[in-house]
Design a protein around this ligand. Structure first.
Ligand code: ADP
Length: 360
C-alpha cells in the first residue's frame, strides 16, 4: 500500500495587518508533499505577504505555520528548510554557475549538496554552462541557476514569488514547463505566487485564488474553471466570461430556471434568493442556425487562431461573448445553444455585480 501523503505545509488562521490594511485575514491552507501549488489573485490581495510569512520574512500577527509538522513561527528563515526564488534574480556575479549553485551547499557542509546541484543542473540542461558567469547566461538560464541553488541546500520545499516576472513571456512558457517537470522528477513541494492566472492554470496541481487577504477558492485548475464558487472566481479565472442578471422562476429537475428578460435559461447552483446572476463561458456556447436558447445578431468577430471570438447581441438585452470554431458573418442572425450543466447560477451580490467581479 502506498504510504499516505504527508502535509508539507500547514497554515492555520494566519493574519497580518499593516496598520489599517488587512494583508492576510485568517488564512488556512494545507499543502501536500510533492504538490505544485500556485497562489494567484489581483495586486494587493496578499499573495506575497502569504509567501513571506511562510518563508519567515514577515511575522504574522496571529495564526500558526507548520512545516513538516513543526511549528515554525519562531524559527528564522535559514532554519525553516525552504528554498526561495524571487522575480529579481539574485546570483553572485563573480562566481560561475557551478560556484553559485554549490556555494550554499558548501556553506552548510551538506554531504549531498554537490550531488543535488549536479542533478538539478543536468535536469535543467545547464551542465555545459557550469563554467560561465551569470552575465554570460540568458535571463531564463540565470533563473534556472537560482532555482538550482535554492535546491542544492537540500530543501524539499521551494517558494517562488513571480519567478518569471523578469523573463520574456515566450521563454517563460518554456521555463515554467521545465520547472514543473523538475519539481515532479524530484518530488518537490512548490508554492508559486503569480499574478498570471494562465501561468498558474498551466503548471499547478492546485490553485489558491486570493482576494482582499482571504482565500476565495482553492482547487484544481479544472475546478476553478468549471466549478467556480464565487462570481469573482468566475471572472478572474479563464479570462472573459458572460454574466447574465436574472430572476429565479422555478426549477426543472436538477436545474434552476432563470428568466434573463429576453430568454429563459436553465442552470445549476445553490441559490435561495430570486435575484441571480447566471454565468456561461464563451467557449461553452455554440452557434447554431435555429432552435437555440438565445437568438441574436453577430455584431463583431475576431479570429483567434483555432477559434473565432464573437460578440452577439440578443434582440433585447446584453451582448454575449462567444468563442466558437464555426465561422459566421457579422450581421448574421444566429441562435445560441448551451448545456444547462455549463450555466452556473449565483445569488446577486449585495455589493452589486460590477463590484463583486472587479479586480483592477
Ligand atoms: P500581492 O502580493 O497580492 O500584490 P501583498 O501581499 O504584497 O499583495 O500586499 C497585500 C496588502 O498589504 C496590500 O494592500 C499592500 O499594500 C499591503 N502591504 C504589503 N506589504 C506592506 C508593508 N511592508 N507595509 C505596508 N503595507 C504593506
Amino acid at each position: 500500500m502506498a504510504s499516505p501523503r504527508r502535509i508539507a505545509l500547514r497554515l492555520v488562521n494566519v493574519s497580518k495587518r499593516y496598520s489599517e490594511i488587512i494583508a492576510l485575514d485568517k488564512v488556512s491552507l494545507e499543502v501536500w508533499e510533492g504538490e505544485y501549488l500556485c497562489i494567484i489573485g489581483p495586486s494587493g490581495s496578499g499573495k506575497s505577504t502569504l509567501l513571506k510569512c511562510i518563508a519567515g520574512i514577515v511575522r504574522p500577527d496571529e495564526g500558526d505555520i507548520y512545516i513538516w509538522d513543526r511549528r515554525v513561527n519562531d524559527l528564522p528563515i535559514e532554519e525553516r528548510g525552504i528554498g526561495l526564488v524571487f522575480q529579481e534574480i539574485l546570483l553572485f556575479p563573480h562566481m560561475t554557475v557551478r560556484g553559485n549553485v554549490v556555494y550554499p551547499a558548501l556553506v552548510k557542509l551538506l554531504p549531498k549538496g554537490e550531488e543535488i546541484a549536479r542533478e538539478t543542473l543536468s535536469l535543467f540542461n545547464l551542465e555545459f554552462r557550469v563554467s560561465n558567469l551569470p552575465e554570460e547566461l540568458s535571463l531564463g538560464e540565470q533563473q534556472k541557476t537560482a532555482i538550482a541553488r535554492a535546491l542544492a541546500s537540500g530543501t524539499r520545499i521551494l517558494l517562488m514569488d513571480e519567478p518569471y516576472g523578469s523573463i520574456d513571456p515566450r521563454v517563460a512558457v518554456e521555463l515554467r514547463r521545465e520547472v514543473r517537470m523538475l519539481a515532479k522528477d524530484l518530488g518537490l513541494t512548490i508554492i508559486h505566487v503569480t499574478h498570471n492566472q494562465e501561468e498558474a492554470m498551466a503548471v499547478a496541481d492546485r490553485v489558491v485564488v486570493m482576494r482582499n487577504g482571504r482565500i476565495e477558492q482553492v482547487g484544481r485548475p479544472e475546478d476553478l474553471y468549471f466549478r467556480p464558487r464565487t462570481l469573482f472566481v468566475a471572472r478572474f479565472i479563464g479570462g472573459e466570461n458572460n454574466f447574465l442578471e436574472g430572476k429565479l422562476i422555478g426549477r426543472e429537475g436538477d436545474f434552476l430556471k432563470i428568466d434573463v428578460g429576453y430568454a429563459r435559461i436553465l442552470g445549476r447552483g445553490n441559490v435561495s434568493t430570486g435575484h441571480v446572476v447566471a454565468t456561461i463561458r464563451p467557449e461553452q456556447i455554440r452557434i447554431i442556425d435555429v432552435g437555440g436558447v438565445i437568438e441574436g445578431v453577430v455584431r463583431y468577430r475576431e479570429f483567434l487562431g483555432r477559434i473565432y471570438k464573437y460578440v452577439i447581441e440578443p434582440v433585447e438585452g446584453q451582448a454575449l461573448i462567444v468563442k466558437e470554431r464555426r465561422k459566421v458573418e457579422v450581421g448574421s442572425r444566429v441562435s445560441l445553444s448551451f448545456s444547462p450543466q455549463n450555466v452556473i447560477v449565483f445569488e446577486y451580490p449585495p455589493e452589486g455585480l460590477e463590484e463583486a467581479i472587479r479586480y483592477e
